[in-house]
Design a protein around this ligand. Structure first.
Ligand code: ADP
Ligand code: MG
Length: 352
């Protein structure tokens, strides 16, 4: 949060647009055989042969989607890629290429963009995706980043949101709510820093939460795991807006209902302790927190033995007939209607 006043600041104007693009993209190496032509021509050329192409895009705006006072640019670059790859994996696909478009105000020196691209580069290396293009322009205020991810999936393997069936099991990967709490911790530190710029925040009790907010990982490993286990989900979605809203998407589009069991929702111990400290209800946070980038999917009951021993996967409920509605079964065994709670609901005090 403390700016280094001595750091080098090279004006972007010194390089010119083309100099800037080649400078930022020079270290990216092509890994995918489907990439025929990457950065440098009028358009990228990709060849997916007989596979279906997946395309997904996201636009991130400074001050709306991210705050650079606690989000280092390297992390922002990494996260902006993750958000997109997560959508490709949620189709049970393989992410292969990205394009990156940026609009930058003159507040940003070259070194800032280098940092942003360091994060993008790390994401490309780790997830084996190729940077194949983008656009670069100026903005009057702030930074905008738009990333498009491209992927491939065979017709047989593609998994949609609208194909869940009654009696299927509802499964979630990893644990939920941590990224939202990480944001709350960082927001709190920002306020403390405003009042006392010499304060040194101790984030030790919140390391997992902060990491989940600043450096999320898209679940490429789950797509592989499910293939290895020979399980094809009957429906799937990634958790970007909170468990509740994603379950509602699957149920509404599949024309089914569900029973979600509160006691089954996977929570990290740091989520539980921080919810106590902040006087928040951990179930509410998991249901409505968002930015977890885990996968939510349904499987046929016959596949249960294949997944039951896996620590990455938790069965949290089951699909029912549409007429039964979408329900949360509380720890007290009460049936509550699932709602896509707005952000305001999160600021209510803990009820139990
Ligand atoms: P054009 O004028 O034809 O749109 P550009 O000069 O914008 O071409 O881009 C030249 C090449 O650099 C293209 O391959 C484009 O996709 C790529 N490119 C432009 N901006 C970026 C960026 N921010 N990141 C990655 N590649 C980029
Ligand atoms: Mg262009």
């Amino acid at each position: 949060m403390i700016e280094d006043k001595n750091q080098q600041r090279t004006s972007i104007a010194e390089l010119g647009e083309f100099g800037l693009i080649s400078h930022l993209t020079q270290n990216f190496k092509i890994k995918q055989t489907t990439t025929v032509k990457a950065v440098g021509d009028d358009a990228a050329v990709l060849d997916f042969k007989n596979k279906q192409t997946l395309i997904t895009t996201d636009l991130l705006v400074e001050g709306v989607h991210f705050d650079l006072s606690y989000m280092p640019l390297k992390h922002l670059g990494y996260k902006a890629v993750m958000v997109n790859l997560s959508d490709v994996y949620a189709m049970n696909g393989n992410a292969t290429q990205i394009t990156v478009s940026i609009a930058v105000s003159n507040r940003f020196p070259l070194e800032a963009l280098e940092e942003l691209y360091e994060g993008i580069h790390l994401a490309c290396e780790t997830y084996a995706v190729d940077l194949v293009g983008g656009d670069t322009t100026s903005s009057t205020k702030g930074l905008l980043i738009s990333i498009t991810a491209i992927g491939e999936v065979t017709k047989k393997e593609a998994v949609y949101r609208n194909t869940a069936k009654p009696n299927d099991l509802l499964v979630v990967t990893g644990d939920l709510g941590a990224a939202y709490l990480g944001l709350q911790v960082l927001e709190r530190e920002k306020q403390v820093f405003k009042v006392n710029p010499n304060s040194q925040p101790d984030l030790t009790p919140y390391t997992y939460l902060v990491e989940r907010q600043l450096k999320p990982e898209a679940r490429k490993d789950i797509v592989k795991l499910l293939k290895d286990l020979e399980v094809k989900p009957t429906s799937m979605i990634d958790i970007s807006d909170g468990l509740s809203s994603e379950i509602i998407h699957i149920c509404t589009q599949s024309k089914v209902g569900c029973n979600l069991f509160e006691e089954k929702i996977p929570l990290d111990p740091q989520v539980i302790s921080t919810c106590e400290e902040f006087e928040l209800n951990s179930t509410t946070i998991a249901l409505s927190g968002g930015e977890d980038y885990e996968l939510l999917f349904t499987i046929s009951q016959k596949d249960y033995p294949k997944i039951k021993a896996n620590p990455n996967l938790t069965v949290i409920g089951h699909i029912t007939d549409e007429s039964e509605g979408m329900n949360l079964i509380t720890r007290a065994n009460q049936k509550v209607k699932l709602t896509a709670q707005g952000w305001n609901a999160l600021f209510n005090k803990k009820e139990d």
